[in-house]
Design a protein around this ligand. Structure first.
Ligand code: AMP
Length: 282
């Protein structure tokens, strides 16, 4: 696997490949790779000639300094995993390579309500930071296809909107959420859960799937309240939001038939670890 650290090195790699007309599949990550990430790389491998992955813990998408500081970094293990899955290229830039000079990050994206609701309400500036880095990485790597996990559902919608608005020549491929056997969505942050928190954590997904089973008994509003109450039964869990919304516009729904697609999304703290998850209801 080729490990590239600078944009110049990526440009040189492109130069070398130019005559070959190879399609590039790209997976952006913040490292601490787990099977969820690897599933994206496998899919990219099946659908493209060349697979590129990036590892960059993007400081400007963290609104909580402790979360940034404690974010797991396992670079050597990550390289081993990427080599095992036959990733061709890893782009792993430094912060100063991506953001040379503090004042340069002055893009101000506005995705209408898409970046204000759910995560946007609790993590101000987060999606602006995401949009800046996604656009930058797509422009550097120039993939034909870029793979994003549905685990970060709202991020996926923002990326789709970003690419559409800027008419970027890339297909965004949505990939299903990989879960532990007990249902917990795989996440780099899971390693920060204590043993006790890890035992409780699967309840988050369980409640979401039970909401899916209750659509003929409860209205969306009732199902939402039921779900929050279920999670509130656990002293260790602090729910930030649990909302049932249209799958495309992320706006709350009044009844189940109102929108073609419906998704339930949750963010909750288990101790100091913030977890998000979602389940497509229809
Ligand atoms: P991250 O390193 O958390 O920024 O994630 C990098 C990419 O992997 C994003 O597109 C995520 O949505 C995706 N991803 C993270 N966790 C999972 C998972 N459990 N299943 C599928 N994709 C995931």
């Amino acid at each position: 696997m080729l490990i590239l650290k600078t944009i110049g090195e990526v440009n040189a790699w492109h130069e070398n490949m130019r005559q070959d007309q190879k399609s590039i599949g790209f997976v952006q990550t913040m490292g601490a790779l787990h099977p969820g990430h690897i599933s994206l790389i496998r899919k990219a491998n099946l659908e493209n000639d060349v697979v590129a992955c990036s590892i960059f813990v993007n400081p400007i998408q963290f609104n909580n300094p402790e979360d940034l500081e404690k974010y797991p970094r396992t670079f050597d293990d990550d390289i081993r995993r990427l080599e095992e899955v036959a990733c061709d290229v890893l782009f792993a830039p430094t912060v100063s390579e991506m953001y040379p000079g503090k004042d340069i990050v002055n893009d101000n994206y506005n995705f209408g309500h898409l970046d204000k609701v759910l995560e946007g309400q609790y993590r101000p500036g987060h999606f602006n930071g995401v949009a800046v880095v996604v656009r930058k990485l797509l422009e550097i790597i120039k993939p034909q296809r870029a793979y994003f996990g549905m685990k970060d559902y709202q991020q996926l919608k923002i990326v789709e909107a970003l690419v559409k608005y800027h008419e970027m020549p890339v297909d965004i491929v949505a990939c299903p959420t990989l879960r532990e056997k007990d249902g917990l969505a795989m996440s780099s942050r899971n390693v920060r859960l204590s043993h006790h928190e890890r035992v409780i954590a699967p309840v988050i997904h369980r409640v979401l799937t039970e909401i899916k089973d209750k659509t003929n008994q409860l209205t969306p509003k009732e199902a939402q309240i039921w779900g929050v109450n279920q999670l509130n039964n656990y002293a260790e869990i602090q729910v930030e939001y649990l909302q049932i919304v249209g799958a495309d516009d992320l706006l709350p729904i009044e009844n189940w038939d109102e929108k073609k697609g419906v998704v339930v999304l949750v963010a909750a703290y288990l101790g100091k670890v913030r977890l998000i998850d979602n389940v497509i209801i229809k």
